[in-house]
Design a protein around this ligand. Structure first.
Ligand code: NAP
Length: 312
């Protein structure tokens, strides 16, 4: 029965940089936060090979290592991690109800930091060969392509960073981009252009993935002249941006046309005590440091709100 459930002051959904930074700040403010980790402890940052733009680590730091440090830091001040995933939320009345695979929780306040997931190309063969040569994470799967030919699609920071990572294993990395100009930052562009294993195919989209047991060929189409061709590869990595994981909140919280949660500059949604932080409400920056900063801000706001409600 829900009225027997202890009401948490603060429940944090998600344990990436935003969720864990929120947990650290909330724990230090004595809110005794409970963090629902979801399936990806550490979030996308934990899947990144090296992070070179998080201040304080002049030599860079492994993504998994940084995530572990975030977690330890939050736990040191009493944040509790629950290794479970929210499956249903009811935000129609406060305290809010959060159902997970194995439990039900009530919370006076909520920080939604559930991040984003990789976009799909939505082309024939993509679902069929996922895990059989198609991957969305070079750090996770690069090792399987030792001395093999791989292709990467995308022209942003992820495509280049992950493409560079893949050169450790693969014999060649072909980056396929739909324009003739990269979106990625200058440093990554320079590194990729200099790398002998990397080549580029410009103005081209992948329209189909073909193979038998696994990926064998990509069907390509030049967007300028419409010419079709095929590229033989053993692996295909897709890095074409992300979409926020907000399906759970559809109809209950305001979202923009791409599904990002809408908050004010203080991380507040329109519902009292419901905050959002990190990639779930950030279509602009999507960096570890900005997500962590948003998490800290959301926790400060939650603390202030709960304190003011206690005084009343
Ligand atoms: P992104 O910057 O949105 O780039 C996505 C890339 O995929 C773009 O080049 C885009 O092409 C292409 N694309 C999108 N849809 C496509 C489709 N259907 N078919 C073919 N190509 C498609 O995404 P991201 O690279 O994942 O980066 C996300 C954010 O994380 C960015 O803010 C980025 O700066 C940040 N990030 C930073 C680092 C770092 O600082 N080291 C590393 C990774 C990510 P167009 O260019 O034509 O739009």
């Amino acid at each position: 029965m829900s009225d027997e459930i202890k009401v948490e002051d603060l429940l944090i959904l998600g344990a990436g940089p935003a969720g864990l930074a929120a947990a650290l700040y909330a724990a230090r403010a004595d809110l005794n936060p409970l963090v629902m980790t979801g399936t990806e402890l550490g979030g996308q940052a934990a899947l990144t090979d090296r992070i070179e733009n998080y201040p304080g680590f002049p030599e860079g730091v492994g993504g998994a290592e940084l995530s572990e440090l975030f977690q330890k830091n939050a736990e040191r001040f009493g944040a509790r991690l629950e290794y479970d995933t929210a499956t249903e939320v009811d935000l129609t009345k406060r305290p809010y109800t959060i159902k997970t695979y194995s439990n039900e929780f009530l919370a006076k306040s909520l920080i939604i930091a559930v991040g984003a997931s990789p976009n799909k190309l939505k082309i024939p063969g993509e679902d069929q060969f996922r895990g059989k040569g198609i991957s969305y994470c070079a750090t996770c799967d690069g090792w399987f392509f030792k001395e093999k030919k791989v292709a990467v699609v995308g022209g942003g920071d992820s495509a280049l960073e992950e493409g560079l990572f893949l050169t450790r294993y693969a014999s060649s990395v072909t980056i396929i981009h739909r324009r003739d100009e990269l979106r990625a930052g200058a440093i990554l562009q320079k590194r990729a252009m200099k790398n002998e294993k990397i080549s580029f195919i410009w103005d081209t989209v992948v329209t189909e993935v073909k193979g038998d047991q696994g990926v064998e060929r990509l069907v390509l189409e030049n967007v300028k002249d419409g010419k079709k061709s095929e590229l033989e590869v053993d692996g295909f990595f897709i890095f074409i941006g992300h979409r926020p994981n907000t399906l759970l909140f559809k109809g209950q919280l305001e979202m923009d046309e791409k599904g990002y949660l809408v908050t004010d500059e203080r991380m507040r949604t329109k519902l009292p005590g419901v905050f959002a932080a990190g990639e779930v409400n950030d279509p602009h920056y999507r960096q570890v440091i900005t997500s962590a900063g948003m998490g800290a801000a959301a926790a400060i706001e939650a603390t202030r709100l709960l304190e003011s409600e206690e005084e009343d």
